[in-house]
Design a protein around this ligand. Structure first.
Ligand SMILES: O=c1nc2n(C[C@H](O)[C@H](O)[C@H](O)CO)c3cc(O)ccc3cc-2c(=O)[nH]1
Ligand SMILES: C[C@H]1O[C@@H](n2cnc3c(N)ncnc32)[C@H](O)[C@@H]1O
Ligand code: MET
Ligand code: SF4
Length: 319
């Protein structure tokens, strides 16, 4: 059987674009108070339509801007995220929430209603200009979030954002920190290697991450992270077929959520699944859908793995 590469058929819902942080690379945020939140009725309407017209979709990605931890609206925001995740289950989808750092209580509340959750570590360096006005991007705060998710037993996605002012020497300590959190708790399902690419709505003047370097970052990550952690590469940001194939040959095993729109990088449309299937087939790979919770982690949620038989050979990452 040829090596299997996975992806998650996903649709993103944005509870709110408002965010108290101002990462200069962000294409997404609006100022606090300047966005109307996605209502439960609107979400219900989207989910009903999806159920009817897009039966292949399994994941609802809840990707949110952040309300300040001391804001009087914080509790409403968390409660709203909880209701949206519950609604996704009710309509037969698997929710995955990525909404920035959370208190232990908040993460416990959201963890209970999500299949899995995520937070990009991005980079361990505390002095990046892009984060000067983004308190949520404090690396020690984010590292503590990985620990907290582990202690709460939440299957977790994290990753690196590459090319945001760090130097290549910074990648190894960042990957090592993720590996250490995983050694303590065993909860990291996947690590995203996300190259920074210029977008129309951002303030940053950073140059694009040099994509030809990406396969060597994959190799480094594969060397540092345990084999049970899958490496994810977003195919819409790596639109050169040879570089994408080189990333897979270097040990990447997943293409992440694929759907109608990448809310984080709206200038980079996703390729069609059929197109990716054909490209991968040339090198003998099979592209297969997966759920936002990987079979190996289903027991974290008290779900029997028989409910979702493992379609992925154990040696998937040992390419
Ligand atoms: O469409 C996107 N999905 C993103 N996802 C979704 C991801 O591809 C899937 O939701 C997970 O693989 C779970 O199936 C993220 C999830 C995280 O937990 C952390 C960061 C990201 C980043 C993106 C992103 O930039 N674009
Ligand atoms: C959802 C995750 O996407 C990442 N993120 C935010 N903006 C961008 C961008 N322009 N390019 C790539 N990744 C980005 C952040 O790390 C966030 O945590
Ligand atoms: C567009 S980013 C959405 C998730 C969160 N605000 C973060 O940056 O981690
Ligand atoms: S990347 Fe996330 S935290 Fe940063 S400004 Fe955008 S929405 Fe806010």
């Amino acid at each position: 059987m040829p090596p299997v590469i996975t992806y998650s058929p996903a649709v993103t819902l944005v509870p709110t674009y408002e965010c108290f942080n101002a990462c200069t690379y962000c294409n997404f945020r609006v100022n606090p108070g300047q966005d109307t939140w996605l209502t439960l009725d609107q979400a219900r309407q989207r989910l009903t339509t999806l159920r009817r017209l897009s039966p292949q979709v399994t994941e609802i990605l809840l990707l949110s801007g952040e309300v300040h931890p001391h804001s009087p609206r914080r509790a409403d925001w968390v409660a709203h995220l909880q209701q949206l995740a519950q609604l996704a289950w009710d309509w037969g989808f698997w929710p995955h929430t990525n909404c920035g750092p959370l208190s232990e209580l908040e993460m416990g509340q959201l963890g209970a209603v999500n299949a899995s959750m995520g937070l990009m570590l991005e980079q361990l360096r505390p002095d990046l200009a892009v984060h000067r006005h983004a308190p949520s991007k404090d690396p020690s705060l984010r590292l503590a979030q990985l620990e907290q998710a582990g202690s709460l037993g939440i299957p977790f996605t994290t990753g690196l954002l590459l090319g945001i002012g760090e130097s290549p020497a910074d990648w190894e300590p960042t990957l090592t920190a993720i590996a250490q959190a995983h050694h303590r708790w065993g909860h990291i399902q996947e690590v995203i290697l996300q190259p920074y690419r210029r977008g129309a709505a951002q303030r940053s003047h950073l140059p694009d991450f040099p994509l030809p370097q990406l396969p060597s970052v994959v190799r480094l990550a594969r060397r540092i992270l345990p084999a049970e952690i899958t490496l994810q590469i977003p195919p819409n940001l790596v639109q050169y077929p040879q570089i994408l194939l080189d990333c897979l040959a270097a040990g990447a095993g997943d293409l992440g959520g694929i759907g109608p729109k990448d809310e984080v990088n709206p200038d980079y449309p996703y390729p069609q699944v059929a197109q990716l299937t054909a490209l991968l087939a040339v090198q003998g790979y099979t592209l297969q859908p997966r759920l936002p919770i990987y079979p190996k982690w289903l027991h974290f949620k008290g779900i029997s793995p028989q409910f979702c038989p493992d379609p992925v050979p154990k040696d998937k990452n040992l390419v």
